[in-house]
Write a protein that binds this ligand. Structure first.
Ligand code: NAP
Ligand code: MG
Length: 483
């Protein structure tokens, strides 16, 4: 019999109020036994919110170093469990072990990082404004945070929201993505084992339109941190701010890489290939547009097609080059974009086929696709695909490359491959993206620096990670102390 992972509310693992459950299948092999989760409702979300409100003052009142100790213990437990967590992630989300393992390590490192930050976030003291009045600022928790996360980084993203929220004295109700809730449940388990007080973290899996909507619009929520699609994110942001909660939504991307005529084409192929096809293209920062100078265009197209065709595809736990899509609907969405691109008149160079036969029949496998001769008004140039599909566009010069790269509603990550320092600087100045990378792939982030997008990729309220994560979860009180 399949074991059910329950909700975690006020320090207890409990079934959903109405007894509902939902199943999560292994995208690499849908015949395999699935994992089952309690399916929370809006009533369950409300219980989580109540518990979090009840627990908040004591949690914020706890000495900050003690909060840090719980985060550090959590990191240690996650580290001890790293191998199991890596396999769990791969079996639910589909990415390869070589991709899942650094993501788990990222979550561990995030808990260590914010453990140290917990005691380091008090405010600043200023000189007296006159007489004996001292003036200082004091950072305070916002209160209760509603966290809603996507399936594609199912342990790193919950970690980079949970850890700064807890470090700063907030309590939490978390709703993980329904396609891969397991890794977030494992974080909650580690927090419990590390001794987190009852009610400080509450975990309510369930549907986005029920639990997700409740956590982002309920009166008892003071901060909303959402990562996911632009469509849902804009809606969530409106609901949260209507309710006067502080809100951030980090959303989709259509991330470009510019290949200039000074680029080493072999290096450019490796940078674009890793960014486009890593994690099956299911990254918000995935490279989905290569904008290539005409002098190196043919060589680049030939190289990237060869790169795509050389990738071995199979179950994530077999750790080949690329795993499956996470769900059938994500698979279908990618296949649909392949049709759209072909019908729009882009040149179909390779890939984009559902793989069949033997082990492929029971999983959501697609070969990585490359389209060339892509024009800026095509949907394949403008819309987020969220699969291993690369659009290649030819440009005459660097100026046209910059314009094409910025010709997008999105602005998350961007990259340039060049040997020319002037071009590198020009790109850094002018790229309309929250992350600018020179001679590096669009994917891959450091945890101690802010991360977020521009334009429709982000609400641009606050960044995540680094010190920005602490800023989002705190507000400032200014104190005048006349003794
Ligand atoms: P999604 O469909 O927008 O879902 C994200 C989360 O929102 C899930 O937990 C979902 O629940 C929930 N949700 C759905 N409808 C909701 C509603 N009406 N109110 C509140 N919550 C709701 O995104 P996804 O498919 O999980 O993830 C892929 C997207 O995330 C891509 O667009 C990608 O670019 C983006 N992403 C962005 C970043 C970044 O940092 N910028 C990072 C990673 C991913 P269910 O799962 O139950 O539907
Ligand atoms: Mg989705």
């Amino acid at each position: 019999m399949t074991e059910t992972t329950n909700l975690y509310i006020d320090g207890e693992w409990v079934p959903a109020e109405d007894g509902s459950t939902f199943a999560v299948e292994n995208p690499a092999d849908t015949t395999e036994t699935v994992t089952e989760y309690a399916k929370g409702s809006t009533e369950d979300a409300q219980k989580g919110i109540d518990a979090a409100n009840e627990a908040q003052a004591d949690w914020e009142g706890m000495p900050a170093p003690d909060r840090g100790t719980i985060l550090r213990e959590t990191a240690k437990l996650l580290e001890e469990r790293k191998e199991d967590l890596t396999e769990q992630l791969s079996r639910e989300e589909g990415k390869t072990l070589s991709e899942a393992s650094p993501e788990v390590q990222r979550a561990i490192d995030i808990f260590y990082y914010y453990a140290e930050k917990a005691a380091d976030n008090a405010g600043t003291r200023k000189g007296p404004s006159g007489g004996r009045t001292s003036v200082y600022t004091k950072r305070e928790a916002l209160g209760v945070a509603g966290l809603v996360t996507p399936w594609n980084y199912p342990i790193a993203i919950p970690a980079w929201k949970i850890a700064p929220a807890l470090a700063t004295g907030n309590t939490i109700v978390l709703k993980p993505a329904s396609a891969a809730p397991g890794p977030a449940a494992s974080i909650v388990q580690a927090l419990e084992d590390a001794g987190i007080p009852d009610g400080v973290i509450n975990f309510v899996p369930g549907s986005g339109s029920d639990v997700g909507a409740e956590l982002t619009s309920n009166d008892g929520i003071d901060a909303v941190s959402f990562t996911g699609s632009s469509e849902v994110g804009h809606h969530v942001y409106d609901a949260a701010t209507d309710n006067m909660a502080r809100a951030q939504a980090e959303m989709g991307g259509k991330n470009p890489a510019i290949i200039t005529d000074s680029a080493d084409v072999e290096e450019a192929v490796d940078i674009v290939g890793a960014g486009a096809f890593g994690v099956t293209g299911q990254a918000c920062t995935a490279c989905s547009r290569a904008i290539v100078h005409t002098d190196v265009y043919d060589e680049f197209v030939e190289g990237i097609v060869e790169y795509a065709e050389s990738i071995d595809i199979g179950p994530g736990v077999e750790d080949l080059g690329m795993g499956p899509h996470v769900t059938q609907s994500e698979l279908e969405s990618t296949l649909e974009y392949v049709d759209v691109a072909a019908n729009e008149g882009a040149t179909h160079e390779t890939g984009g086929e559902r793989l069949e036969g033997d082990e492929y029949d029971d999983g959501y496998y697609v070969s990585p696709a490359v389209f060339s001769d892509v024009e800026r008004d095509m949907r394949i140039f403008q819309e987020e695909v969220f699969g291993p599909v690369l659009a290649v566009t030819e440009v005459d010069d660097f100026e046209e490359a910059i314009e094409a790269s910025n010709d997008s509603d999105f602005g998350l990550s961007s990259s340039v491959v060049t040997d020319d320092l002037n071009e590198a600087h020009e790109f850094i100045e002018r790229t309309e993206a929250g992350v600018a990378k020179v001679n590096e792939k669009t994917t891959g982030l450091e945890l101690h620096v802010p991360f977020g997008g521009k334009k429709d990729s982000s609400t641009n309220t606050y960044r995540e990670q680094g010190d920005a994560g602490l800023d989002f979860f705190t507000e400032i009180k200014t104190v005048y102390l006349n003794t």
